[in-house]
Design a protein around this ligand. Structure first.
Ligand code: NDP
Ligand SMILES: N[C@@H](C=O)C(=O)O
Length: 265
């Protein structure tokens, strides 16, 4: 039976953070469009959630590093007026030095973590702005502002997601459209099955359960946060970071070289 419930599109919904987002959004009454490559997982999750929450759950088998998949999802995002929320969650990352990464892994991580959320955001934003309603949740990472020798490329892609989200927040300011960027720290998911370093290598005390992560991220969304750091207890740290960032930017706008660089004049 056709419904008028809002639809949440969740990429990377076949496991981990995306699968929990799907459950929580279903519990909030969203119909779902679940996107990933493992169709059997999507089908099982969709059946479970529609049964448990009485919602309609659609599934789309898509490799978001492939053009034809992106075009298909873009067309949906731009045309289905029931779509009210896009969760750009799908992502991967090999934890290795840049030189040790294969060309295929390098391309895959940039395509999935950078190109896909950009394309899907650009597909849905005009419709959200036209309706003056809608929300985009981008899943970045704390690695967006911290690089290690084994996370260089991954950190760069997540830094892009953070910067993209912050810029979008400025673009939609004053409208009914919201953009939230979530920066999880280590979270117990299958991410590490493909990352090259097992989850067991991390301090368990520093790793959050997926349920706690998503529940905290949605609490941040409900509180109207633009930037949500689920594991950071001291909110002043982000405020200080942003204040320092703005001050540094202001200090760049002087038009003359700093004295320490006038060494040959
Ligand atoms: N786990 C952690 O410690 C942290 C994770 N994150 C981020 O959280 C997000 C979710 O990751 P997480 O849940 O941890 O890991 P998972 O590996 O459990 O989930 C990744 C999801 O992305 C999907 N995906 C992977 N490749 C593709 C592709 N080519 N096309 C479409 N979908 C794809 C996977 O589905 P399928 O394989 O079926 O396609 C899966 O559903 C990622 O963006 C990650 O960077 C951020 C900080 C910490
Ligand atoms: N996925 C994790 C890799 O280090 C993270 O983003 O924290």
């Amino acid at each position: 039976m056709p419904t008028t419930s809002p639809i949440a599109v969740v990429t990377g919904a076949s496991s981990g953070i995306g699968a929990v987002y799907a459950d929580r959004l279903a519990a909030r009454g969203y119909d779902l469009l679940l996107v990933a490559r493992r169709i059997e997982r999507l089908r099982s999750l969709a059946d479970t959630l529609s049964e448990a929450h009485g919602i309609q759950a659609g599934i789309i088998e898509a490799d978001l590093t492939e053009e034809k998949s992106l075009v298909h999802i873009e067309e949906l995002l731009g045309s289905d007026e029931r779509i009210a929320l896009l969760v750009n969650n799908a992502g991967n990352g090999k934890l290795s030095s840049t030189g040790d990464m294969s060309d295929a892994d390098t391309a895959s991580t940039i395509a999935l973590n950078v190109i896909a959320p950009t394309r899907l955001t650009r597909a849905v934003l005009p419709a959200f702005l036209k309706r003056d309603a809608g929300a985009i949740i981008n899943i970045a990472s704390v690695m967006a502002f911290h690089s290690l020798p084994i996370t260089t490329l991954y950190s760069a892609t997540k830094s892009y997601v953070l910067a993209l989200s912050r810029g979008l927040q400025g673009e939609v300011s004053g409208t009914g459209v919201r953009v939230q960027v979530v920066l999880p720290a280590g979270t117990a998911t299958e991410f590490y099955d493909h990352a090259g370093i097992p989850l067991s290598a991390f301090d368990p005390a520093a790793v959050m359960t997926t349920e706690n992560l998503v529940d905290a991220a949605l609490a941040g969304f409900d509180q109207g946060e633009d930037v949500t750091l689920p594991s950071v207890h001291n909110t002043e740290l982000w405020a200080d970071y942003e204040q320092a960032r703005a001050a540094l930017f202001g200090a760049t706008q002087v038009g003359i070289p700093a004295p320490r660089y006038l060494v040959n004049s």
